[in-house]
Design a protein around this ligand. Structure first.
Ligand SMILES: Cc1cc2nc3c(=O)[nH]c(=O)nc-3n(C[C@H](O)[C@H](O)[C@H](O)COP(=O)(O)OP(=O)(O)OC[C@H]3O[C@@H](n4cnc5c(N)ncnc54)[C@H](O)[C@@H]3O)c2cc1C
Length: 282
């Protein structure tokens, strides 16, 4: 059984982390406790509980961004009016995470730090251009999510740092939004492929802005900025859809694993994007 450190303020937490550099921050525990289960008793590192840190909770609207405490649970995110207004895709993605008991415990900071290619909050956070705020005794810094996630389970978080908040820049609303998660079962499943997209149409029916992101088809979330640029301002005709299919097929790099083959994942990634763009025509 690990020793559990229970700070009541962020400053105290950072001090304890400096004193115990091997300590692991514990938020909802839905990833961490599963990971520690297999470890030899006595060999487990101390846990730094984030449960009492008010600074890591809550959702507020600032001038330039929506600020989400790292220890905010997905149940809270689903119901929050600010999230539903300013980052509705995040609420949609949160609804697909685990079952109700997992969503009550699991936090957005834990999801980001776990850095799984299948992490469901990640594609929406990429589309919204979220920043990850971290604190250490040296101060705070914010890193764009695309620079924070370096590979499966690998992030830019440094020793002695804690994720404090997720910052979602305020932006003009999009007219079309989609979050699709394909799993092996209809419910409670980790995604085989996920797809998130936002778009805004011009008055002439062309695409004024489009953002797309795929989960579980690469070491981190996949974005295809060249494809987004090509679709912007162009008519969405058959040739454009065929071109999109080719670009997505080449742009994703899924692997075979127990849940699905790489080829199946590639096909689903292509079809989800093509369907979203075809629906914009309608
Ligand atoms: C049955 C089950 C179903 C699941 N289904 C899904 C699913 O559908 N979709 C999905 O995306 N995930 C799913 N997960 C994974 C998990 O629930 C999520 O990744 C969750 O968001 C992790 O958050 P947590 O608060 O429980 O993190 P924890 O388990 O507490 O921590 C996870 C990691 O993050 C670190 N950490 C946590 N908070 C911070 C912080 N503030 N600063 C620095 N490091 C921190 C911990 O040290 C640890 O390394 C599932 C898990 C289970 C057990």
């Amino acid at each position: 059984m690990s020793a559990v450190l229970t700070p009541t303020t962020l400053d105290q937490a950072l001090m304890l982390l400096a004193e115990h550099p091997d300590a692991l921050p514990l938020a909802g525990g839905t990833d961490l406790l599963v990971r520690l289960r297999g470890m030899v008793p006595g060999s487990t590192p101390p846990l730094l509980s984030l449960a009492r840190l008010e600074e890591l909770r809550g959702i507020t609207l600032e001038d330039a961004f929506l600020s989400i405490g790292a220890a905010t649970s997905f149940s809270r995110i689903i119901d929050d009016p600010l999230i539903n207004r300013h980052a509705p895709l995040l609420a949609r993605a949160a609804r697909t995470i685990g079952g109700p008991a997992i969503r009550n415990m699991a936090t957005i900071g834990g999801n980001v730090r776990t850095g799984s290619p299948a992490g469901d909050s990640l594609p929406p956070l990429y589309l919204y251009g979220a920043g990850i705020e971290m604190a250490s005794p040296a101060g705070r810094r914010v890193v764009p999510i695309g620079d924070f996630l370096l590979g499966p389970g690998r992030t830019a978080l440094q020793e002695g740092e804690v994720i404090t908040r997720i910052l979602v820049p305020r932006a003009a609303p999009f007219s079309h939004a989609c979050f699709e998660k394909i799993g092996r079962r209809r419910a409670l499943a980790i995604s085989v492929v996920s797809f998130a997209a936002l778009a805004r149409l011009s008055e002439d029916g062309t695409i004024a802005a489009i953002r797309m992101a795929w989960g579980s088809v690469g070491p981190t979330v996949v974005r295809l900025p060249a494809l987004e640029a090509e679709l912007t301002g162009a008519p969405v005709d058959r040739a454009a859809i065929e071109h999109l299919r080719n670009m997505v097929r080449r742009g994703v790099s899924p692997i075979d694993d127990l849940r699905a083959s790489a080829e199946y994942r590639r096909l689903v990634a292509v079809n989800l994007a093509a369907r979203f763009v075809e629906e914009l025509r309608g």
